[in-house]
Design a protein around this ligand. Structure first.
Ligand code: SAH
Length: 362
């Protein structure tokens, strides 16, 4: 039965809600292996063995929101707040460019101290210095006009995880001021404007059930995003969910495989959270269908303060040399070796979504 569901998923690129639930509840290792084999097959059809890298710059940890899971939530008084200056961000891009990065992801909290105009100028400045690079923004929910302004400034992509497609579950993860319908409205606005759009969710977030994950998968089918970011939920001690259990490696990998088969040309990162819960999380992610990695280019001095969850900065900056942080160049070398070891290859490329390209045009 579950095998038949996998075949149907590959043929039709979607299942019904109850079929998704059956598939998710029917998880076992043999089924997962079969899924991963199909996921690698479709991934390689569109992207070969290439791994695209994105230079992640976490440029502000101020946030007006108070999401129950997130360490940079407004009411966490135990982290030091920082906001990088545009010159410093441009410096990170400069360094990244020399190493071969051709996409920069600017991620941050919803920080009123970084006005829409300031962000627009920053995007313009990056595109001026590096016209051959893509700029991805990930700064939360904004009015459509603001998204349009950033797109006109040159932003290419936008990451906004929908977090959970189930409204009741959404309300259990967020305060009343965060509305599930607004999150989805933002994603449709971004698509209409012309961004390559990424949505996504945490695996194993508190209260999550197979029914919710089935809704998430149906939402992906409906939105047809160019990118999907998923990773395990990991508790952060200063949040209301600080004592909740983390999501599992196995279920995250299983969902990566399902998403790859559903959306064969999607840009699918093996996320930092996946790399945090298991020492081989990134490799295992690739072998389950992922094709993107997002190494951290945030300056060392503030990195620990972008504390979304426990253990994040350690996973980001693991590479040490003689007890000192090894820097972004060495970290990239290590990543290249890790990818080589499982048969994949980090490439110098903008790494755009190959949607609409038939496999023989690639
Ligand atoms: N303000 C931006 C960026 C949020 S941080 C936005 O709203 O999009 C990026 C992602 O980290 C979030 O979308 C969330 O899915 C994930 N995240 C936050 N806290 C987490 C936690 N405790 N464990 C795992 N992932 C988490």
């Amino acid at each position: 039965m579950r095998k038949i569901l996998l075949e149907k998923l590959e043929r039709e690129r979607v299942l019904s809600r109850s079929e998704f639930i059956t598939l998710l509840l029917g998880y076992d290792e043999a089924l997962a292996e079969r899924l991963f084999e199909r996921a690698r097959h479709v991934r390689e059809k569109y992207y070969g063995k290439d791994v695209f890298i994105r230079g992640l710059i976490e440029f502000t940890n101020y946030c007006k929101n108070d999401c129950y899971y997130c360490g940079i939530r407004a009411s966490n008084g135990r982290i030091g707040r920082y906001r990088l200056k545009p010159e410093e961000i441009l410096g990170c891009c400069e360094k990244g460019y020399a190493l071969g990065y051709r996409t920069f992801v600017l991620q941050g909290g919803e920080d009123a101290g970084y006005s829409p105009e300031k962000i627009a100028s920053l995007v313009e400045a990056i595109k001026r210095s590096h016209p051959d690079c893509a700029v991805t923004l990930s700064v939360g929910e904004h009015p459509r006009e603001v998204y349009q302004r950033w797109f006109d400034a040159g932003a290419d992509r936008y990451l906004l995880r929908h977090e959970t497609a189930d409204e009741e579950h959404y309300r259990s993860l967020h305060p009343l001021s965060c509305l599930p319908e607004n999150r989805k409205r933002c994603l449709y606005d971004l698509k209409q404007i012309g961004y390559q759009v990424g949505c996504g969710f945490m695996v194993g977030s508190p209260g999550q059930k197979a029914e919710h994950l089935a809704e998430d998968l149906l939402f992906l089918h409906k939105l047809q995003p160019e990118m999907v970011g998923i990773g395990p939920f990991i508790p952060q001690r200063d949040t209301p969910f600080g004592d909740q259990p983390a999501g599992s490696l196995e279920m995250t990998l299983f969902l990566l495989g399902i998403i790859r088969v559903m959306l064969p040309d999607v840009l699918l990162p093996a996320t930092t959270a996946l790399g945090t819960i298991h020492p081989q999380g990134l490799e295992r992610g690739m072998l389950a269908g992922a094709n993107v990695c997002m190494p951290n280019l945030t300056p060392e001095r503030v990195r620990g303060q972008y504390a979304l969850y426990e253990g994040k900065s350690e996973a980001d900056g693991k590479a040490t040399e003689n007890g000192k942080p090894a820097g972004v160049g060495k970290a990239l070398k290590i990543l290249e070796r890790r990818m080589d070891a499982v048969g994949y290859r980090v490439v110098v490329s903008r790494g755009d979504c190959r949607r609409g390209l038939a496999a023989d045009e690639i």
